[in-house]
Structure formats: C-alpha cells, structure tokens
Design a protein around this ligand. Sequence first.
Ligand SMILES: [Zn+2]
Length: 121
Amino acid sequence: MSIFHCVCGVVNDDEAPDASCVAYPLPAFIAAESRVVASVAAFFAADSGVARAGWLAAHFGMDYPTDECDRVVVEDIVSREFNDGFIAMFRCLSCGRVWLCDPITNEGHRFAPSEARPTPS
Ligand SMILES: [Zn+2]
C-alpha cells in the first residue's frame, strides 16, 4: 500500500477505489498495444513443447515457469507492456484535487477543481 499526502491535510491510500488512475501518452499506448498483439501472436504461434518453453524463456527469462497456463502468460504479457510509460494520477477523496506524478522527476503536481459543482447549462 502506498499513501499520498494532499495539501488539504488528508492522507490518502492510493489503493482506495477511485483514488488512483494512470494516463498514457497516446503514442506510448498505441506502441504498448502493438507490442501486446505481437507478443500474444508469437506466444500462440510457439504452440507447445520446446518452442513454447523457448519463447517463455526468451520473453520472460529462464526462471519463468514453463507450465504456466495460457491465461496467466497473456496476463503477464499485458502487465509487462503496460507497466511502463504511463503518468500516475491520484485523486484526493476528500477535496477532489487531482495529482499528476511527473514520470521524469517523480514529483507530484496538483490541480484543484475550479468549481464545487458543474454550472447548469
Ligand atoms: Zn485533498
């Protein structure tokens, strides 16, 4: 569990529902999707036996279990490809401020809602 301290004084658990989000720059998202598709296709093309074990070792390393079920392998492919290049976002559940974490400096930048409620149109 991680926490973040908001300027309103509240300490938020970043695993609380609706507190954490991630954003991807569109080119990074498209590139990750493309890598997932290519990896999943290559994994299923390897099929079984020595080819499958070789693909798993080449993709995940020698310690990756060779008998892992297909669903878990695909989940690991997706997790691996989407675990980089994103911008972490946190929302204070008390005041509504949104915090963006700079992926380079790892510093948080906050943005406060400009209005407490939307203006009726
Ligand atoms: Zn707050």
